[in-house]
Design a binder for this molecule. Structure first.
Ligand code: HEC
Length: 217
């Protein structure tokens, strides 16, 4: 008994298991609360006060969003700027903007965008990731897609594309017409604009390499 090594002692392993389980439980509980805090949506007041949240309020659709390099973090982050019109208004209330986003989310599920695209990294790889699609310079004032649709704003160009994608092919792969209505398209564009404002730690990595995607580059 006196010579038995600690490594072959049952009680040692039992105690170790209890400590490791206890420590891991505390860590997981802490991580759960930390993550919930990080991903909980900000409020309209936060936006008005310039408080940065990883997931801003739905009312972010009333603001201009740019993509900028954060040298300290080593990747690009969405930056929320001045007010800007979205379908002719810059005063969408939290309730109205929330309803629009909800419509977009339901539309994205009903039409199964993830069957071809990835959203925040989830989905299929047939078509481009949509996380930052709103910030794609192709939809901007000098962009090829905006020009192709003949519309004068980003949101109208995108909504027009979503309703009749097969009229505006740009790739070797074409997006099929999915029977998206004008209202659904509006909701989807709001959904995409909000998604582009989420701080995703620079995901997707290759998006910032698109010419003109990153502000001032
Ligand atoms: C059957 C496959 C398929 C489905 C389903 C689909 N798409 Fe697409 N989508 C594509 C393809 C392919 C492209 C590239 C087309 C092109 O550039 O000409 C595309 C392009 C796009 C673009 C332009 C990307 C950019 O560069 O900004 C947007 C925005 C978009 N889709 C949104 C959606 C939304 C929103 C849904 C769901 C409502 C959806 N798509 C469902 C195949 C699909």
């Amino acid at each position: 008994m006196a010579n038995r090594s600690v490594w072959s002692d049952n009680r040692f392993w039992q105690r170790s298991a209890a400590w490791v389980t206890g420590f891991a439980s505390v860590l997981l509980i802490w991580l759960t609360f930390d993550t919930s805090a990080q991903i909980s949506m900000g409020t309209a007041q936060d936006l008005a006060d310039g408080v940065t949240k990883r997931v801003p309020s739905s009312t972010v659709i009333n603001y201009k969003i740019t993509y900028e390099m954060d040298t300290a973090r080593g990747h690009e982050v969405p930056v929320i700027g001045e007010k800007e019109l979205f379908f002719g208004r810059d005063d969408w209330s939290e309730e109205e903007a929330g309803a629009l986003l909800h419509l977009g989310k339901l539309g994205s599920q009903a039409k199964n965008c993830m069957n071809c695209h990835t959203l925040l990294g989830n989905g299929a790889y047939y078509a481009p990731d949509l996380t930052k699609a709103w910030l794609d310079p192709a939809w901007g004032p000098e962009g090829s897609l905006q020009a192709m649709t003949g519309k004068n704003t980003k949101e109208e160009a995108m909504a027009e594309f979503l309703q009749h994608p097969s009229q505006y092919p740009t790739h070797e792969r074409m997006m099929p017409n999915l029977g998206i209505t004008a209202d659904e398209a509006k909701g989807l564009v709001a959904f995409l604009k909000h998604m582009s404002s989420i701080d995703t730690n620079g995901f997707p990595r290759n998006f910032g390499k698109i010419k003109g995607a990153v502000h001032g580059k």
